[in-house]
Write a protein that binds this ligand. Structure first.
Ligand code: BGP
Length: 475
């Protein structure tokens, strides 16, 4: 393990901040993503959020109100010994429509308070610039990332925060799980699909805009401070062939490449040959500016951050049972147990994924999401015994440490997802909990918002204090 390895936790504004009308914040994508049956069609861009019924519940609007609880929450993170905290800025809190020339003062003040509070405890902020969020105004005016106009708006936002937080924030991540755009285009990138539109064409064009925006953000960061470390972010999880049938192996390679595509561009600086051929075969012609090739080439990332929840598996005949997983469905792997939400549990797959990414890019990796979504129950004495979460996390931390110590993978840090319970991205539920800290709130939005330490809280505190050595402590 690195000497400067960072232990911490991760959240995102869209799932925990709430305060959607506080401090001059503008509406954002997350504010119109509902709970319930319409969530998936809205997230995947096939249903227009303006057609939702009036009594719709939007869980992101209040979320766990970290807007009003950040001091208490950061104190709890500090109590666990966090060395870093990964969170995101809400773009529309800083630029309510996305078109202002100056950032919203109250929004800036809020993040000043958060960042200063973290620094007061010696916690290093790791900021995601865009985590499933963009001002709704830009979605409505330009069709979000379908339009190249987004690049300038995004850079204006980056410029403002890079300058403002220079000297206080060192680690930046451009787009959360950039590959999510292909699977949930509205949640990932604000893309609403119109009837008759060529879906692949639209998604790859939007991806191109995000890739150029990300590269230009890297460029800007380097101009503003040599201290900045700026990375990309992948929803990772290696795809296994269902068998050693070469057709299955080939299928798994193709599936992996669908995700690697983004990072290949961000880390190596150009569209890989297989992607160019794929686009050509699909008849997709991307509009690119002449300078784009150079922009991508010259501004590759410093590190690669990733989320890992599960591995995937694919069979070329498309037969057999399907399995759940972080958004991408795959074939059921008969060797693995699944979570309550049907996501396979595969710590060795974590080691495999880390090795695969490091072999491919030879750049430092930052694990910024990993965890188990599970139902927790509060006992009569108020305690929460989440041994299953401790099992999941300890087996994954062990696998990560093996990747670092035995395989030589360079890993910068580890921030388990939803270190405090928050709204689930894919389901909108509160009951799918990842936290080390429990938040009293239910799926209908009811609850006191009280924070309670789970058993995993005390366990993780020991993990951090022992630099990952004490993984087996019983609570
Ligand atoms: C990732 C997101 C997170 C988080 C996590 C867990 O895709 O980056 O925002 O939500 O998934 O997913 P879920 O909440 O759907 O279980």
């Amino acid at each position: 393990m690195r000497r400067d390895f960072l232990w911490g936790g991760a959240t995102a504004a869209n799932q925990c901040e709430g305060g959607f009308q506080e401090g001059g914040r503008g509406m954002a994508i997350v504010d119109v993503i509902p709970h319930g049956v319409y969530r998936t069609p809205v997230m995947n861009g096939t249903m227009d959020y303006r057609d939702l019924p009036e009594d719709t519940h939007y869980p992101g609007r209040e979320a766990i109100d970290m807007y009003g609880h950040y001091k208490e929450d950061i104190a709890l993170f500090a109590e666990m010994g966090f060395q870093c905290y990964r969170f995101s800025f809400s773009w529309s809190r800083l630029f309510p429509t996305g078109e202002e020339t100056e950032p919203n003062r109250e929004g800036l003040q809020f993040y000043d308070d958060v960042v200063n509070e973290l620094l007061r405890y010696g916690i290093e902020p790791v900021v995601t610039l865009c985590h499933f969020d963009a001002p709704l105004f830009l979605v409505e005016k330009y069709g979000s990332w379908k339009s190249r106009k987004m690049i300038d708006r995004f850079l204006k936002y980056c410029d403002a925060v890079f300058r403002h937080f220079k000297g206080r924030v060192r680690y930046w991540i451009t787009f959360n799980e950039i590959n999510m755009l292909m699977h949930l285009p509205f949640m990932g990138a604000g893309i609403l699909l119109k009837e008759g539109e060529d879906e692949l064409q639209v998604k790859y064009q939007a991806a191109h805009h995000e890739l150029v925006a990300s590269a230009l953000a890297v460029k800007l960061a380097r101009e503003i401070s040599p201290e900045f470390q700026i990375g990309c972010m992948l929803a990772a999880g290696s795809v296994y062939p269902y068998s050693c049938n070469p057709a299955d192996v080939w299928e798994s390679m193709k599936k992996d490449r669908e995700n690697y595509f983004f990072i290949d561009v961000q880390a190596r600086g150009e569209y890989p040959a297989y992607a160019k051929k794929f686009l050509e075969r699909q008849g997709i012609e991307l509009e690119m500016a002449v300078e784009d090739t150079e922009i991508l080439k010259e501004n590759t990332v410093d590190f690669i951050s990733l989320s890992y929840y599960n591995s995937r598996c694919v069979r070329s005949d498309g037969k057999g049972e399907a399995s759940g997983g972080n958004v991408f469905a795959s074939a059921k792997n008969p060797y693995l147990e699944c979570s309550q939400w049907g996501w396979p549990i595969d710590p060795m797959g974590f080691r495999i994924t880390l090795n695969a990414l490091y072999d491919r890019y030879q750049k430092p990796l930052f694990v910024v999401e990993n965890g188990l979504g599970a139902v927790d129950s509060v006992k009569e004495d108020g305690s929460i015994d989440d041994g299953y979460r401790i099992d999941y996390l300890s087996s994954h931390i062990r696998a990560m440490m093996e990747a670092a110590d035995e395989d030589g993978v360079d890993i910068m840090g580890y921030t388990p997802w939803g270190c405090i319970d928050l709204v689930s991205a894919t389901t909108g539920e509160m009951s799918k909990r990842y936290g080390l800290i429990y938040v009293d709130k239910d799926d209908a939005g009811k609850g006191t918002l009280n924070r309670v330490r789970k058993n995993s809280f005390y366990w993780y505190k020991e993990v951090i204090a022992s630099n990952g050595e004490r993984l087996c402590a019983v609570f």
